[in-house]
Design a protein around this ligand. Sequence first.
Ligand code: ACO
Ligand code: HSE
Length: 484
Amino acid sequence: MDSQSLVDSIYFVDFTHPSQQENKFIGLIPDQRIAIVPEFTLECGEVLYDVPVAFKTWGALNKERNNCLLLCHALSGSADAADWWGPMLGPGRAFDPTHFFIVCLNSLGSPYGSASPVTWNSETKSIYGPEFPLTTVRDDVALHKLVLQRLGVEQIAMAVGGSMGGMLVLEWAFDTNYVRSIVPISTSLRHSAWCISWSEAQRQSIYSDPKFNDGFYDMDDQPLSGLGAARMSALLTYRSKCSFERRFARKSPDYNRHPYPDRVPTPMTPGDAHWVVHNEGNGYRRERPSRSRDSSPESPASGSVKASSTPSLSQSTGSVSGTQSPSLRRPANTYFSAQSYLRYQAKKFVGRFDANCYISITKKLDTHDVSRDRGSEDPKEVMKHLTLPVLVLGIESDGLFTYDEQVEIASCFPNGKLETIISAEGHDGFLLEFTQVNSYIQKFEEEHLGDIMSQKNASAELELESLNAQRESVFGEMEDITSW
Ligand SMILES: CC(=O)SCCNC(=O)CCNC(=O)[C@H](O)C(C)(C)COP(=O)(O)OP(=O)(O)OC[C@H]1O[C@@H](n2cnc3c(N)ncnc32)[C@H](O)[C@@H]1OP(=O)(O)O
Ligand SMILES: N[C@@H](CCO)C(=O)O
């Protein structure tokens, strides 16, 4: 099928489409549409059929069909940009639907609607699971372009995205006739050894969960411990030491909201008590295994300590007390606010993400390299003809996609400019420092997209009213950090 016929054959459905029949995450993203691309060949050579691509739009195309503002999401994001960049979306803001036709498309491998391990494979009559093929950032861009063309977009005025979204934005820049300007944020020209290593460590957490079963896990009994551990270490790379110190230091958590272990056996012996402290936080332990040396008339004969509703644990310090050993009466605290935060974040994440999808997307990130198969390993060489206006935003406290990498990105584009987001939060600063990101992008629009900014589509204001309505975020909101 030629390219135009393929574009013409794309049709639109909603979340009830058969591709989503086993996807329990699809309901998390409200009001999105799904484009079905009849056929798509991935870089790895695999041909996918009836490929779902989830997307959302705000505003309308102008008559020149050149006012598309493309938003590209990060690793665990979705097409619902209002959920993660909401404060920048609306009239008078950087992503203004009265000027732009704003589109956000979900990446392959994500659980939020586009083809992924949790979507249906009509050939095998089951979800893809671990048999979902490797997809790349370039696959996302090529597939998303088909959908944009089907939507009538003749030119992307500006493509904006952070982290993985920034990788898509950089790849879009190579489509010189289709893309007018880009804003890559906290991203890289190629996934660094550092980032690849973090991805590897996170995947190993998932692989080592016994429930993972090489990816053929029961969707109703998933490898949550492994996925949760992966998110914990990822989250640490998204923030900074300074942010954690300022927020948590050595504080204890609020026990009413985050009680010390929810399944605590009543310690019977010093050994039991030590075991409790040792295993606290271990997602697998339910009962104490049998240990013959602890079997005595005073301790449980089988060695198995059952959960109790009245644990002998200090609710104010999270430490064990009230056992036979005097040395355990005033032990040091072993339960900190920073831990409860990580555990809470892990729990929240496993409720909204899938382990195979996590592996799929992190492998996609690992493939990212703008120089791959472009005739030179030097990005400056392969990018020297990309003369479009480029605004790069970087965060000095970002330990994952470092500020130096942002300097390098800007230097590779003949018309690249670098601005700094001031934030102590680290990498996630691009999702948290709305005011700064908003104002840099607005300035860039005024400088480079004056023709579009001078047009106004008044009807888009009506559509936007719903955006201002109260809504619950899937991903959570940055909250008042002083309350912890
Ligand atoms: C798309 C992109 O390009 S990125 C995509 C956008 N990202 C996504 O879409 C998903 C990624 N999202 C995120 O990474 C995050 O949601 C961010 C960065 C946007 C914000 O992070 P959040 O987790 O919402 O904020 P924060 O770190 O402040 O955590 C707040 C939560 O931790 C809880 N918490 C805070 N301290 C503690 C503690 N000591 N113990 C337990 N829980 C705690 C709060 O109660 C709050 O809970 P809630 O989410 O149920 O309200
Ligand atoms: N916190 C973001 C950052 C990834 O770059 C996410 O989870 O998508």
